[in-house]
Design a protein around this ligand. Structure first.
Ligand SMILES: Nc1ncnc2c1ncn2[C@@H]1O[C@H](COP(=O)(O)OP(=O)(O)OP(=O)(O)O)[C@@H](O)[C@H]1O
Ligand SMILES: [Mg+2]
Length: 152
């Protein structure tokens, strides 16, 4: 991953921050770096550790899914006064059955991926559990877009 773009605006005390990250397919050497950068950013802003823990889990699972299951993509961290939003948008191949993918224990991970310790099929259900609001938009042949919101 690398930090792609940063935008900080402060207007009349209203904080707005957006960070975007580029994630390459199968780049296990950088696995977790987006999530740890997000965590570090939230710590610097003095966000409560309770919320940071939930954001860290959700952003790590989101990041790993882009690395493992997609052709690569981007993640965004947006922070304003009321909420933290994590967005992931990848370059496909998309998910055939989103309802199935949301089920605990469902995974299409290969045996090679499972040997690395991934593929329990717990990522998406965990992201949803951590979030105040969760949206997933995907279909076969298209991008997978995930939006996770944490109220402040
Ligand atoms: N960004 C994505 N692009 C394409 N398919 C995805 C994406 N994210 C998830 N999936 C599909 O949804 C399934 C379930 O995802 P989930 O994160 O719950 O489990 P997993 O990644 O297989 O295992 P774990 O997260 O426990 O290591 C995946 O196996 C994959 O088929
Ligand atoms: Mg996963």
């Amino acid at each position: 991953m690398h930090v792609d773009n940063m935008l900080f605006t402060f207007e009349k005390g209203a904080r707005k921050i957006q960070l975007s990250y580029v994630i390459a397919k199968n780049d296990f050497s950088k696995a977790g770096t987006v999530a740890s950068n997000i965590k570090k950013t939230l710590r610097k802003l003095g966000i409560s550790s309770d919320i940071i823990k939930r954001v860290a889990v959700a952003s790590y699972e989101t990041e790993m899914n882009v690395i493992i299951h997609s052709h690569g993509g981007k993640m965004y961290l947006r922070i304003d006064l009321e909420k933290i939003t994590i967005i992931a948008e990848d370059e496909g191949p998309g998910i055939e059955d989103v309802e199935m993918a949301m089920k605990e224990g469902y995974s299409t991970a290969t045996s090679q991926i499972r040997e690395l310790g991934f593929g329990a099929g717990m990522g998406l259900p965990n992201i949803k559990r951590c979030a105040d609001d969760f949206e997933i938009n995907s279909s076969l042949g298209n991008s997978t877009i995930i939006k996770v919101v944490f109220n402040l």
